[in-house]
Write a protein that binds this ligand. Structure first.
Ligand code: AHG
Ligand code: MN
Ligand code: MN
Length: 342
């Protein structure tokens, strides 16, 4: 009698790998089939759907209308809105309508949070996101990303101002990013390690590719826009001069935070976007760029600081607050802090 419940060992191994999808992995993280585990599994699945849809749009950028180029509008950041910024922003909103999961979405591209009222009585999660990070890379076909942060809604937000979001990054219950690179990857943590998935377009699933990622405690890569050198404060210039005088360092800077962060997470080193004269808080936004990546780096054994305060302890004054960001390997970040705290 043939046993149709099993394949041969090699086929079973392939099945085990191909069936460790994003949603399956979230459930396995909890080890129970609770309401919370199912909610977060479904939530991550919807983030994966948004990522797949954005990746598909990007893959045809040069061939279809309104993927490359700008909309002609300026966003709350005072930056020109790219077609992909607007498209990706809408994809995340659409992914959560009729989901029952998310009541509010706060985005780099929207001045105020977006509410999904039919979800609000039940969906107690808030998604904060940068729909496309590294927008300057879109029109030249270089790597870009999406960054997301998950928080629990606190209170009923009657004012519609989402004031409960103005709390430190320690309030995050999960975070991650999607990297639209040579392959499309999703990296996330729900507080139990950092895990990486690679999109298999042939089955349209993010499949687990690296589990429990740990950043090297030290690395030789530094990632900073040296074009801003003369706008930094002197201690930051001192640190970069120190690197210039050392052998063995490698400079890598792509213009997309997610791509530069991903390299540092896997190979070690440090990414820096310091404040500049006139913009001492720097360029990067706290709630949906720096705080989610700081959450990931601490889960992966690294460190993230403003130079004087851990990123996860910074309390934003408003939804689009900016912060200086120094993030990466523990030893590299501590050397930077030693220069900045002299
Ligand atoms: P976004 O495209 O979401 O506005 O983010 C761009 C950010 C970040 O991705 C990158 O590290 C940084 O801007 C690059 O800034 P500079 O061009 O000033 O170096
Ligand atoms: Mn960004
Ligand atoms: Mn952006």
């Amino acid at each position: 009698m043939t046993d149709s419940t099993r394949l041969n060992p090699a086929e079973e191994i392939v099945l085990g790998r191909d069936f460790m999808t994003l949603s399956q992995h979230v459930l396995s993280q909890f080890g129970t089939f609770s309401t919370e585990s199912y909610d977060l599994s479904a939530l991550m699945g919807r983030i994966g759907l948004a990522g797949k849809t954005i990746a598909r749009h990007l893959s045809r950028a040069g061939l279809v209308e309104n993927v490359l180029g700008v909309t002609g509008e300026v966003n709350v950041q005072g930056e020109a809105v790219k077609n992909m910024d607007r498209y990706a922003n809408r994809i995340f909103l659409r992914a959560f309508e009729q989901s029952g999961l998310i009541c509010r979405l706060a985005s780099e591209e929207m001045e105020k949070p977006y509410y999904i009222p039919e979800n609000c009585p039940i969906g107690r999660y808030t998604l904060l996101y940068d729909p496309i990070d590294g927008s300057s890379n879109i029109d030249v076909n270089l790597a870009i990303g999406s960054i997301f942060s998950i928080r629990q809604q606190e209170g009923n937000d009657e004012s519609g101002e989402a004031l409960d979001l103005l709390q430190s990054g320690r309030k995050q219950i999960g975070a991650g990013y999607i990297l639209y690179g040579t392959s499309t990857m999703l990296v996330y943590s729900l507080g139990n390690g950092v895990h990486a998935f690679t999109l298999d377009p042939s089955i349209g699933e993010f499949i687990l590719s690296q589990e429990n990622l740990h950043i090297p405690t030290k690395g030789s890569i530094y990632s900073i826009n040296e074009g801003n050198f003369w706008q930094w404060e002197e201690p930051m210039r001192e640190y970069v001069r120190h690197l210039h005088c050392q052998s063995g360092n490698t400079a890598r800077y792509s213009g997309a935070l997610v791509a530069d962060f991903h390299r540092i997470l896997f190979q070690g080193g440090v990414f820096l976007y310091p404040g500049t004269v006139g913009h001492l808080d720097g360029k990067l936004r706290l709630l949906y760029e720096s705080a989610p990546l700081a959450y990931l780096i601490e889960q992966a054994g690294g460190r993230a600081t403003t130079g004087t305060q851990e990123i996860l302890d910074v309390v934003p004054k408003e939804l689009h607050s900016r912060t200086p960001l120094i993030i990466g390997s523990l030893e590299n970040v501590k050397v930077v802090e030693s220069f900045l705290q002299k």
